[in-house]
Design a protein around this ligand. Structure first.
Ligand code: SAM
Length: 285
């Protein structure tokens, strides 16, 4: 157990749990619709790739506020979907939203997917929309997910490609850096880009009980707000931590840069940046 959270978390995930079961999770829960909208272009390809059948038992890893769990439960109409996430606030909202949508075959649990004792072989499908890049010990986590799947069960996950294919993180972090060198996390460190190298993802999955591993690249516009004002506020909530350590002048400069980039990307029907993801599919051996 960590001090910060009421759920059993592997020590390797303590920092992520502090963030997701703390301020970051609270921000995501308060802006659930915006976050769902930001990746809306990927939602249907992701569901199509998961190919959930009516009787399937589905595990949604890092389900957040549960849009993908709800849709998985709809597809698994005579089966069930379980969403698990580190964040109590996001899980709480996921439960409320499923009830509001009248979805009776979705369950939600606050848990660390890396160590949660899922009954062995109990799921037909595991899905994750940008929820599998944060494991402190990815080999342990994917082995645990493999154990939860029945032999022949399928894993479908959407992960970010590297910053070179994601205009949004390049432009928004450059704006907020305002000329400072923001430290880049070491390659493979837990974070949004840890599975950006498909060869790393392939090796990880192959060594943890998966075969038939395929990565399909997608490029889609990513939404950040209805207009420049809306995007300015949304991005500051998401990436405002990048302003830590700025003096007053740097802060003004960063905010001005942010205003300029979201204005330049305001299409008149929303603020969009280019993005790239991998849709990774694997079968439990
Ligand atoms: C980028 S968010 C994506 C949320 C959701 N899948 C979506 O598409 O909106 C990543 C999620 O993964 C969850 N997460 C990170 N590490 C986890 C772990 N070890 N076990 C369970 N959930 C985890 C976080 O709490 C967070 O909600």
């Amino acid at each position: 157990m960590t001090e910060a959270t009421a759920v059993d978390v592997d020590p390797a995930n303590a920092e992520q749990a502090r963030a997701w079961d703390g301020g970051e999770g609270a921000y995501w829960a308060a802006h659930a619709e915006q976050f769902d909208r930001s990746v809306a272009a990927y939602h249907q390809p992701f569901l199509d790739a998961a190919g959930i059948a009516s009787g399937d038992k589905v595990l949604d890893i890092g389900c957040g506020t549960g849009q993908t769990t709800r849709d998985a439960a709809r597809a698994a109409s005579s089966g069930r979907a379980l969403g698990i996430d580190l964040s109590a606030q996001m899980i709480g909202l996921a439960r409320r939203l499923a009830a509001e949508h009248g979805i009776a075959n979705a369950d939600f649990e606050q848990a660390d997917a890396q160590i949660h004792p899922f009954p062995a072989g109990s799921f037909d499908v595991a899905i994750s929309r940008t929820g599998t890049m944060f494991f402190g010990d990815p080999a342990a986590a994917f082995a645990n997910i493999a154990r939860a799947l029945r032999p022949g069960g399928r894993l479908t996950m959407l992960v970010w490609q590297g910053p070179e294919h994601n205009e949004w993180i390049r432009e928004l972090s450059a704006a907020l850096a305002a000329g400072r060198d923001l430290p880049a996390p070491p390659p493979g460190a837990p974070g949004p880009f840890s599975l950006a190298d498909p060869e790393r993802a392939r090796a990880l999955l192959a060594s943890t009980g998966f075969s038939g591993i395929e990565a399909h690249g997608l490029q889609e516009p990513m939404w950040f707000g209805t207009d420049a004002d809306d995007a300015h506020g949304f991005v500051l909530g998401l990436l405002g931590w990048m302003l830590a350590g700025t003096d007053g002048h740097q802060r003004d400069q960063a905010l001005g840069n942010l205003r300029a980039t979201v204005t330049a990307h305001d299409t008149g029907h929303g603020v969009f940046y280019q993005s790239g993801t991998w849709l990774i599919h694997a079968t439990r051996t």
